[in-house]
Design a protein around this ligand. Structure first.
Ligand SMILES: [Zn+2]
Ligand SMILES: [Zn+2]
Length: 200
Protein backbone atom coordinates (compact mmCIF):
# COMPACT_ATOMS: atom_id res chain seq x y z
CA UNK A 1 0.00 0.00 0.00
CA UNK A 2 1.36 3.38 -1.00
CA UNK A 3 1.24 6.42 1.24
CA UNK A 4 -0.07 9.11 -1.05
CA UNK A 5 0.01 11.91 1.48
CA UNK A 6 3.65 13.04 0.93
CA UNK A 7 3.14 12.92 -2.84
CA UNK A 8 -0.03 15.01 -2.75
CA UNK A 9 1.34 17.46 -0.16
CA UNK A 10 4.48 18.00 -2.24
CA UNK A 11 2.47 18.49 -5.43
CA UNK A 12 0.20 21.03 -3.72
CA UNK A 13 3.21 22.91 -2.32
CA UNK A 14 4.62 23.05 -5.86
CA UNK A 15 1.52 24.60 -7.41
CA UNK A 16 2.26 28.00 -8.99
CA UNK A 17 -1.01 29.26 -7.47
CA UNK A 18 -2.50 27.37 -4.57
CA UNK A 19 -6.18 27.98 -5.35
CA UNK A 20 -9.19 25.72 -4.73
CA UNK A 21 -9.47 25.32 -8.47
CA UNK A 22 -5.82 24.37 -8.99
CA UNK A 23 -5.95 21.83 -6.17
CA UNK A 24 -9.16 20.26 -7.48
CA UNK A 25 -7.52 19.86 -10.90
CA UNK A 26 -4.43 18.34 -9.25
CA UNK A 27 -6.52 15.82 -7.30
CA UNK A 28 -8.37 14.81 -10.46
CA UNK A 29 -5.06 14.21 -12.19
CA UNK A 30 -3.89 12.08 -9.25
CA UNK A 31 -7.11 10.05 -9.32
CA UNK A 32 -6.77 9.44 -13.05
CA UNK A 33 -3.11 8.53 -12.71
CA UNK A 34 -3.96 6.04 -9.98
CA UNK A 35 -6.65 4.40 -12.10
CA UNK A 36 -4.19 4.07 -15.00
CA UNK A 37 -1.52 2.70 -12.69
CA UNK A 38 -3.85 0.16 -11.05
CA UNK A 39 -5.04 -1.05 -14.43
CA UNK A 40 -1.44 -1.96 -15.27
CA UNK A 41 -1.25 -4.20 -12.21
CA UNK A 42 -3.37 -7.27 -11.82
CA UNK A 43 -5.14 -6.16 -8.66
CA UNK A 44 -8.41 -7.47 -7.32
CA UNK A 45 -11.41 -5.13 -6.98
CA UNK A 46 -11.11 -4.81 -3.17
CA UNK A 47 -7.44 -3.91 -3.53
CA UNK A 48 -8.21 -1.27 -6.15
CA UNK A 49 -10.95 0.18 -3.93
CA UNK A 50 -8.53 0.19 -1.00
CA UNK A 51 -5.89 2.11 -2.98
CA UNK A 52 -8.49 4.65 -4.08
CA UNK A 53 -9.70 5.12 -0.50
CA UNK A 54 -6.12 5.63 0.62
CA UNK A 55 -5.68 8.34 -2.00
CA UNK A 56 -8.92 10.07 -0.94
CA UNK A 57 -7.77 10.02 2.69
CA UNK A 58 -4.49 11.66 1.68
CA UNK A 59 -6.41 14.33 -0.27
CA UNK A 60 -8.69 14.98 2.72
CA UNK A 61 -5.69 15.35 5.02
CA UNK A 62 -4.00 17.83 2.68
CA UNK A 63 -7.27 19.80 2.30
CA UNK A 64 -7.68 20.03 6.06
CA UNK A 65 -4.20 21.45 6.36
CA UNK A 66 -4.75 23.92 3.54
CA UNK A 67 -8.07 24.96 5.12
CA UNK A 68 -6.39 25.56 8.48
CA UNK A 69 -3.67 27.71 6.95
CA UNK A 70 -5.84 29.64 4.57
CA UNK A 71 -8.53 30.74 7.02
CA UNK A 72 -6.75 34.02 7.54
CA UNK A 73 -4.21 33.85 4.70
CA UNK A 74 -6.51 33.40 1.72
CA UNK A 75 -7.79 36.88 1.14
CA UNK A 76 -8.79 36.18 -2.40
CA UNK A 77 -10.91 33.69 -4.24
CA UNK A 78 -11.18 32.87 -7.94
CA UNK A 79 -14.55 33.28 -9.59
CA UNK A 80 -14.93 32.10 -13.16
CA UNK A 81 -17.06 34.32 -15.38
CA UNK A 82 -20.03 32.32 -16.65
CA UNK A 83 -20.22 34.42 -19.80
CA UNK A 84 -16.63 34.45 -21.12
CA UNK A 85 -14.87 31.94 -18.81
CA UNK A 86 -12.31 34.45 -17.54
CA UNK A 87 -11.00 33.62 -14.06
CA UNK A 88 -11.45 36.70 -11.84
CA UNK A 89 -9.66 37.17 -8.54
CA UNK A 90 -11.95 38.78 -6.00
CA UNK A 91 -11.60 39.56 -2.31
CA UNK A 92 -13.16 37.31 0.31
CA UNK A 93 -14.12 40.42 2.27
CA UNK A 94 -17.42 42.12 1.65
CA UNK A 95 -16.60 44.88 -0.85
CA UNK A 96 -17.39 48.55 -0.31
CA UNK A 97 -20.78 49.88 -1.46
CA UNK A 98 -20.47 51.11 -5.02
CA UNK A 99 -17.96 48.41 -6.01
CA UNK A 100 -18.99 46.54 -9.16
CA UNK A 101 -18.69 42.75 -9.08
CA UNK A 102 -18.10 42.32 -12.77
CA UNK A 103 -15.80 40.28 -14.98
CA UNK A 104 -12.52 42.08 -15.66
CA UNK A 105 -12.61 40.88 -19.26
CA UNK A 106 -16.23 41.15 -20.47
CA UNK A 107 -17.80 43.41 -17.78
CA UNK A 108 -20.69 41.00 -17.25
CA UNK A 109 -21.81 40.31 -13.68
CA UNK A 110 -19.91 37.64 -11.78
CA UNK A 111 -21.93 34.87 -10.23
CA UNK A 112 -25.06 35.07 -12.33
CA UNK A 113 -25.93 34.25 -15.88
CA UNK A 114 -27.45 36.97 -18.04
CA UNK A 115 -29.88 35.15 -20.29
CA UNK A 116 -31.54 38.26 -21.60
CA UNK A 117 -29.39 41.39 -21.56
CA UNK A 118 -32.55 43.51 -21.55
CA UNK A 119 -33.53 42.07 -18.19
CA UNK A 120 -31.97 43.63 -15.17
CA UNK A 121 -32.76 41.27 -12.36
CA UNK A 122 -32.20 42.48 -8.85
CA UNK A 123 -29.88 40.15 -7.06
CA UNK A 124 -30.86 39.33 -3.55
CA UNK A 125 -28.47 39.29 -0.67
CA UNK A 126 -29.06 35.56 -0.37
CA UNK A 127 -27.52 35.03 -3.82
CA UNK A 128 -24.64 37.31 -2.97
CA UNK A 129 -23.97 35.31 0.16
CA UNK A 130 -24.20 32.07 -1.74
CA UNK A 131 -21.84 33.08 -4.54
CA UNK A 132 -19.34 35.23 -2.74
CA UNK A 133 -19.89 34.64 0.98
CA UNK A 134 -20.47 38.39 1.42
CA UNK A 135 -22.69 39.70 4.18
CA UNK A 136 -25.09 42.65 4.47
CA UNK A 137 -25.01 43.63 0.82
CA UNK A 138 -26.96 43.08 -2.37
CA UNK A 139 -26.30 43.78 -6.02
CA UNK A 140 -28.00 46.38 -8.16
CA UNK A 141 -27.99 46.63 -11.96
CA UNK A 142 -28.26 50.36 -12.44
CA UNK A 143 -28.63 52.29 -15.68
CA UNK A 144 -25.99 54.93 -16.19
CA UNK A 145 -27.73 58.35 -16.29
CA UNK A 146 -25.05 59.58 -18.73
CA UNK A 147 -24.95 56.85 -21.39
CA UNK A 148 -28.05 54.80 -20.45
CA UNK A 149 -26.06 51.52 -20.42
CA UNK A 150 -26.62 48.93 -17.70
CA UNK A 151 -24.05 48.82 -14.93
CA UNK A 152 -24.01 45.35 -13.51
CA UNK A 153 -23.67 44.15 -9.94
CA UNK A 154 -23.07 47.33 -8.00
CA UNK A 155 -22.80 46.52 -4.32
CA UNK A 156 -25.49 48.20 -2.20
CA UNK A 157 -26.77 47.66 1.36
CA UNK A 158 -28.74 44.50 1.96
CA UNK A 159 -32.09 46.20 2.70
CA UNK A 160 -31.74 48.84 0.00
CA UNK A 161 -34.47 47.49 -2.29
CA UNK A 162 -37.11 48.07 0.35
CA UNK A 163 -36.48 51.81 0.36
CA UNK A 164 -37.12 54.05 -2.68
CA UNK A 165 -33.90 55.00 -4.46
CA UNK A 166 -32.86 56.90 -7.57
CA UNK A 167 -29.83 57.00 -9.80
CA UNK A 168 -28.72 60.45 -10.91
CA UNK A 169 -25.78 62.20 -12.52
CA UNK A 170 -25.25 64.15 -9.31
CA UNK A 171 -26.84 63.94 -5.91
CA UNK A 172 -30.24 65.62 -6.29
CA UNK A 173 -31.57 65.41 -2.78
CA UNK A 174 -29.22 67.46 -0.60
CA UNK A 175 -30.74 65.71 2.39
CA UNK A 176 -30.32 62.20 0.98
CA UNK A 177 -29.88 59.80 3.86
CA UNK A 178 -27.51 57.52 1.97
CA UNK A 179 -25.54 57.81 -1.27
CA UNK A 180 -23.54 55.23 -3.22
CA UNK A 181 -20.97 56.61 -5.63
CA UNK A 182 -20.47 54.59 -8.78
CA UNK A 183 -18.28 54.87 -11.86
CA UNK A 184 -19.99 53.82 -15.09
CA UNK A 185 -18.60 50.56 -16.45
CA UNK A 186 -19.10 51.88 -20.01
CA UNK A 187 -18.52 55.64 -20.23
CA UNK A 188 -16.47 55.81 -16.97
CA UNK A 189 -18.41 58.87 -15.77
CA UNK A 190 -19.39 59.17 -12.13
CA UNK A 191 -22.99 58.86 -11.01
CA UNK A 192 -24.81 58.40 -7.74
CA UNK A 193 -27.46 56.11 -6.36
CA UNK A 194 -29.31 57.89 -3.57
CA UNK A 195 -31.84 56.97 -0.89
CA UNK A 196 -34.13 59.43 0.89
CA UNK A 197 -34.20 57.10 3.86
CA UNK A 198 -31.10 55.29 5.04
CA UNK A 199 -31.47 51.67 3.90
CA UNK A 200 -28.76 50.22 6.12
ZN1 LIG B 1 -16.39 37.54 -18.56
ZN1 LIG C 1 -22.23 55.54 -18.64
Amino acid sequence: MADYYPLIARAVAGLPQNTDEARRALYDRARNALVTQLHGKELSEPNIAHEQRTLEEAIRKVEMEVGGQSKSAAEEVNVRCRVCGHSNTISRHTPAFGTALICARCSKPLGLRVSNPREHPYTTSFDVQLWFGYKACSLLHARCPHCDETNYSIVIPEQAYNVPFYWNRKQENPNAAFVVNAACQHCKKAFVIEWDVDPR
